[in-house]
Design a protein around this ligand. Structure first.
Ligand code: C2E
Ligand code: MG
Ligand code: MG
Length: 722
């Protein structure tokens, strides 16, 4: 029994010990688990407090089990106040869970927008998540507004807007661009266009250029091209600006751009360009365009290709302009231009260089022979009479021709050489054409030198007057002297007036030289024994000076002589200018008592008509008639007629250039009474004839020769050169 009890006691003790052990193990486990739970809770709470969303969890009865700080913040509740339940004021969304709705948006006071989502739990509870969507909604609204704005711009812009693929497929087009292409809707246009490079640009290479510039610079600005309106194929000019739209990695996605019509601009540009390159009066190309064409013709000609330049100048245009008036002059220029344009070959360029100067450029088929026949044709065509506002006008033309064979390939040289040849044509009596030869260039250079030297001649006292007697055959006495201008050039000796007077006239030096002659001649006349008259030659150029009468009157007054001692010699060319003031001037001179002689009679085209225009006191028969009077019946007849005319009109007739007794005999037989010529006396320094004149003996006298012999030698030398 005892043994049994002891055994029982021992087993009980063992059991208790075992239970104790178990108990303490359990306690440890509980402690461990509690600690674990606490950590988990802390973690969960930290997470809950740190999420951007508000979170609330309720049980089936609506009691709040969990609610984070953010939920309180978003709901605008006092975060210190702890909620127990979902009440409808603080939680206006409480009902959604009941309604089965899963999502609701709320606007809180202050405009804050919340999105609340509800998730039902298995035990009947609910988890609410609350998100602040104010910013998101604001962005959405802004985006929508911006989109509407851009759409409005796109739709309403008068500028065409587009987007195309890099390959040239049309992706978008706004109504302006749709309309520009002749369509009514974007869809219609997008459906019709396949490849703008070939369908849009009149010159398909424009698209290549466009893409090239685009890829090079990332954009093109004001890219002007002629395009087809896609629907109608009608051409129009546009200006494009465009840029590349790139993907996130910078890869080109498409092109976008604007298009405006540029027709007016192109028209204005074209007009300006035209104006810059054409002459307003005749519509012909001007000097600028002519030179451009000449330059490119010379640059592109074949090795054996000929380029020719013709320089034209209308003869006596100024006279027509002065007598018929400027409007008539303009009309004449237009008419002449039209004739020119109609006369040249297709492909030749006619230009107006200015005034009455024209130029023609002929490329290729121009052999020198072609050029000659063309120049001859132009001289003919332009010289036919013009009908200008009911009046007949006649001009002719002088032409200079230069061809690359003689002038080389420089545009300026070619033009200058044609000009030199033109000058030659003018000197050759006009109404003709002359081809440039290298020799002419040398002549021009000499002429330029003459001009330079002449400018110093007056100041250096290099000018002088010689006197040549005019004799009355009735008594063999000197009736008067003609004053003839001489230039003692320091290097060249005596330069004949024929060589330097035309230069002086052109260089504007004739006025001062003419005035010097007048004063000098009057001074000579003052010292002249027996009050012999002196005749003075006047250049046509001097008649352009409106104070000519006063200048002459002053020279006479300074010398203190009677005006009757002075005679003026003019040539037909003075009257040929057609200036009505010339006759007035002559009459005023006549009124002063000065006599007027018509010099070189018979050399002009209609000498007789000038005798009718002004009542001359004297006529001087030109030496060309006198020279042949003895062996040419016609010349003899002319001399006879002029002498008869003089007798009938009471005009003295003087024969110039009488060198031989034979000529004298003939002239006397024809009734001539007054003579001038080497037979009676060569021109000689005034000091040799007029005693007491300040004749400067220190000037070099050339041994054995009278000064005029020397002049003759000089002239013969010149003749050899020419
Ligand atoms: P012109 O008025 O007809 O003068 C006559 C020209 O014939 C002079 O030439 C004279 O030297 C030349 N001469 C005279 N007798 C004979 C002759 O028997 N045989 C030949 N072969 N010739 C003779 P020059 O002095 O050389 O003058 C030429 C022209 O220059 C003049 O022709 C005149 O038109 C112009 N001239 C001369 N002096 C002046 C001047 O002071 N002012 C202007 N404006 N022109 C002038
Ligand atoms: Mg004379
Ligand atoms: Mg003469």
């Amino acid at each position: 029994m005892d043994r049994d009890r002891r055994r029982t006691d021992r087993s009980i003790a063992l059991m208790v010990e075992e239970l104790d052990q178990l108990n303490s193990g359990l306690e440890q486990l509980v402690a461990e688990r509690t600690a674990q739970l606490s950590t988990l809770r802390t973690q969960l709470e930290a997470t809950l407090e740190n999420v951007d969303q508000g979170i609330i969890m309720t049980n089936a009865t609506g009691q709040i089990l969990v609610g984070n700080h953010r939920a309180h913040e978003l709901l605008g509740s006092n975060p210190e106040r702890r909620f127990d339940r979902l009440d409808p004021i603080d939680f206006p969304f409480a009902a959604i869970a009941a309604d089965g709705a899963r999502r609701v948006e709320l606007t809180r006071p202050g405009g804050i927008m919340l999105e609340v989502r509800a998730a039902a739990l298995a035990d009947g509870g609910t988890v609410f998540t609350i998100l602040d969507i104010t910013e998101r909604r604001r962005r959405e609204i802004e985006l929508r507004q911006a989109e509407a704005e851009y759409r409005s711009l796109f739709e309403n812009s008068v500028v065409g807007l587009y987007r195309t693929s890099i390959e040239g497929r049309q992706l978008r087009a706004n109504p302006a661009l749709v309309k520009l292409n002749g369509y009514t809707s974007e869809t219609e246009l997008l459906a019709a266009v396949n490849d703008i490079s070939v369908e849009w640009y009149v010159d398909p290479r424009r698209r290549d250029e466009f893409v090239r510039r685009m890829l090079e610079n990332g954009r093109v600005t004001d890219f002007v091209s002629e395009i087809y309106r896609h629907a109608t194929r009608e051409k129009t000019w546009v200006s494009e600006s465009a840029w590349i739209v790139r993907g996130p990695n910078g890869e080109p996605l498409c092109f976008e751009g604007t298009v405006i019509e540029a027709n007016e601009r192109i028209a204005a540009q074209t007009a300006i360009e035209h104006m810059a390159h054409h002459d307003a009066l005749t519509g012909l190309p001007n000097r600028l365009l002519f030179l451009n064409r000449l330059r490119s013709a010379l640059a592109t000609r074949a090795a054996d290709g000929l380029v020719s330049v013709l320089c034209l100048d209308l003869d006596r245009f100024k006279e027509v302009n002065d007598s018929l008036g400027h409007p008539a002059g303009d009309a004449l220029l237009r008419a002449a231009s039209a004739r020119l344009a109609a006369t040249v070959r297709a492909g030749d360029l006619v230009a107006r260089l200015g005034g009455d100067e024209f130029a023609i450029l002929c490329v290729d088929a121009s052999s020198p022979y072609d050029m000659a026949s063309m120049a001859a044709r132009i001289v003919d065509v332009l010289s036919a009479p013009y009908d200008i506002e009911g009046q007949q006008a006649v001009v002719s033309v002088s032409i200079g021709v230069a061809i690359t064979t003689d002038s080389g390939g420089e545009p300026d040289t070619l033009l200058r050489n044609a000009d030199i040849a033109l000058y030659r044509a003018k000197n050759a009596g006009r109404h003709t054409y002359v081809f440039y030869e290298a020799r002419m260039n040398a002549e021009i250079m000499t002429r330029r030198q003459v001009e330079l030297d002449l400018r110093n001649a007056l100041g250096n006292n290099e000018l002088d007057l010689f006197l040549q007697p005019i004799v009355d055959i009735a008594d063999g006495e000197v009736r008067s002297y003609e004053a003839l201008l001489r230039w003692r050039h320091p290097g060249r000796g005596f330069v004949p007036p024929a060589e330097f007077i035309p230069v002086a006239e052109e260089a504007g030096l004739m006025a001062p030289i003419g005035e010097w002659v007048l004063h000098r001649a009057c001074a000579i006349a003052a010292k002249m024994p027996g009050r012999t008259p002196v005749s003075i030659n006047l250049s046509p150029v001097q008649f352009r000076d409106r104070t000519l009468v006063e200048t002459i009157a002053a020279a006479i007054a300074t010398a203190g002589i009677e005006p009757g001692r002075i005679e003026i010699e003019i040539t037909e060319s003075v009257l040929m200018m057609g200036d009505p003031l010339t006759v007035l001037t002559l009459n005023r001179l006549r009124g002063l008592g000065i006599r007027i002689a018509l010099d070189d009679f018979g050399t002009g085209q209609s000498s007789l008509s000038y005798v009718q225009k002004f009542p001359f006191d004297k006529i001087k028969i030109d030496q060309s008639f006198v020279a042949k009077v003895h062996d040419d019946r016609i010349n003899a007849a002319i001399v006879r007629a002029v002498v008869a005319l003089g007798r009938d009109l009471d005009i003295d007739v003087i024969a110039e250039g009488v060198e031989t007794e034979e000529q004298l005999a003939c002239l006397k037989a024809e009734g001539c009474r007054w003579f001038q010529g080497y037979l009676f006396g060569r021109p000689a320094p005034a000091g040799m004839i007029v005693p007491g004149l300040d004749f400067d003996m220190s000037r070099p006298r050339l041994s054995g020769l009278t000064p005029d012999d020397h002049l003759g030698a000089e002239r013969r030398r010149h003749g050899h050169r020419a």
